[in-house]
Design a binder for this molecule. Structure first.
Ligand code: SF4
Length: 444
């Protein structure tokens, strides 16, 4: 049997696509190999959103070039955002790569695998339109399910519209079909993915939106939780907020990218909203769902960002008090509007200082928010075990660790929180919903 290794970096969309790639390999009779240097075939699923990610790809490609000299029969394939560049240039720069295929081009991979070897008799490559990836063994308790590919927004710093193209929504039937397959394999939570999930459906007949899709998915038996990301503040509707608040399986958690707390910077980023719009949106969300947790993204050191403009972002974060802040230093990406229009004027040290100040602020805020969970009892969906302790997430996406001798994987348990920090909570199981139904002997 041949073995493949799948190397993935980047966003949740890449992780979802890697699950589907793993499905293609499993259906073609390949076994997974955890070690890159022992595999017959290595696939790199790439991300170029930041220069640091691109540097990692170049490093790994260099490593693979050396390995291929020693093992010439080893095959290398590259997919993801890195492949959005000119194909001829890629092939001449990286002659040791056997195949470049674009994000989501599973058919190209399938055809190529068929050329590499004769599949075992009876092997059928999967129908990637519905159950791809769900058909293999890596379907986890929680699974990412893309609902819309690409982006139409062209925020000036962002390379995604160039690497992933314009928005294309999957039909509600296709999304529902994939989720039913995943649930049949043991998945209990789905995270619907899109660069901007609020754009979902505008390109489909009857124009269903994300709220309509949630209504359709809510009744799926065996599915316990639904999440989605990422929302765009300029597009998130009151209809979506009220639907979230009403549907029992839709969790109280949002990823809502702010990016900056200064109106001039937001304008230069072409984000399409002002600070006040964002503040009002958060107020409407919290009115509808008072215990909701909200994560955000911030970029520091965007071209021309002054100390005062950074301070505006800093105080806005202190005012809004997000549960999680993903902060990144601006890194110019070729082709983007910002890279062409502005010089990368903020010194690296200033970017680092701003980043660390936000990290420190957020560690304090997250600690304070998480401390309010102590002595409360929360439903946790158990996703796995690490260093002898089970872990899972609350509906509000808080990571919780607890001890138990039972096999809790995939179960909903109620945990009383005893200790908290900025990044995780700890607690003790007080109730297991499955044991009540006789399906799960709980021993504590
Ligand atoms: S919404 Fe903006 S930041 Fe997000 S993927 Fe689209 S262009 Fe990039």
């Amino acid at each position: 049997m041949l073995h493949y290794h799948l190397w993935t970096i980047g966003c949740q969309m890449n992780q979802a696509e890697s699950r589907r790639i793993a499905g293609v390999f499993a259906s073609a009779g390949y076994a997974h190999e955890p070690q890159l240097d022992s595999a017959d075939l290595v696939v790199l699923n790439t991300c170029v959103v930041r220069q640091s990610a691109e540097d990692r790809i170049l490093g790994t490609l260099g490593l693979l070039a050396g390995m291929k000299k020693e093992r010439p029969r080893m095959k290398i394939a590259v997919t993801g955002c890195f492949t959005a560049r000119d194909g001829n240039e890629l092939r001449s720069r990286f002659p040791h790569v056997d195949l470049f295929f674009g994000s989501g081009e599973y058919g190209v991979l399938e055809d190529w695998l068929l050329q590499q070897r004769t599949p075992p008799i009876g092997t059928h490559l999967p129908d990637t339109s519905t159950c791809a990836g769900a058909a293999e063994s890596t379907a986890g308790v929680s699974a990412y399910v893309p609902i819309i590919h690409g982006c139409n927004n062209f925020c000036t710093y962002c390379i995604v519209p160039y690497t992933r193209g314009r928005e294309i929504s999957r039909t509600p039937a296709e999304v529902e079909g994939e989720i039913r397959c995943l649930v049949a394999k043991g998945t209990r939570e789905v995270v619907l993915l899109g660069q901007n999930v609020d754009s979902y459906g505008h390109d489909l007949p009857d124009r269903p939106d994300l709220a309509d899709l949630l209504e359709r998915l809510e009744p799926i038996e065996g599915l316990q939780r639904i999440r989605f990301l990422t929302n765009h503040p300029k597009d998130m509707t009151d209809k979506l907020i009220s639907t979230m608040a009403r549907l029992g399986k839709v969790c109280e958690h949002l990823d809502l990218a702010l990016q900056s707390g200064d109106n001039d910077i937001l304008r230069a980023m072409a984000r399409g909203y002002a600070v006040d719009d964002f503040v009002r949106l958060v107020a409407r969300i919290r009115d509808a769902m008072p215990r909701i947790s909200i994560a955000t993204d911030i970029i520091v050191g965007f071209p021309g960002e002054t100390d005062e403009q950074f301070e505006s972002t800093f105080s806005l974060l202190d005012q809004i008090r997000f549960d999680v802040v993903h902060v990144a230093a601006y890194s110019p990406r070729p082709e983007t509007i910002a890279a062409r229009k502005y010089s990368d004027s903020v010194p690296q040290q200033a970017k680092k200082d701003r980043l660390h100040r936000i990290e420190e602020l957020q560690a304090r805020i997250a600690s304070e928010i998480n401390a309010t969970y102590v002595q409360g009892q929360y439903e946790v969906l158990v996703e796995g075990k690490k260093k002898g302790r089970w872990f899972g997430r609350t509906r509000t996406h808080k990571l919780v660790f607890f001890e138990s001798n039972s096999d809790c994987l995939g179960h909903l348990v109620t945990v009383e929180i005893t200790k908290t920090g900025p990044w995780a909570l700890q607690g003790q199981v007080v109730y297991n919903s499955i044991s009540e139904k006789g399906g799960f002997p709980y021993h504590g």
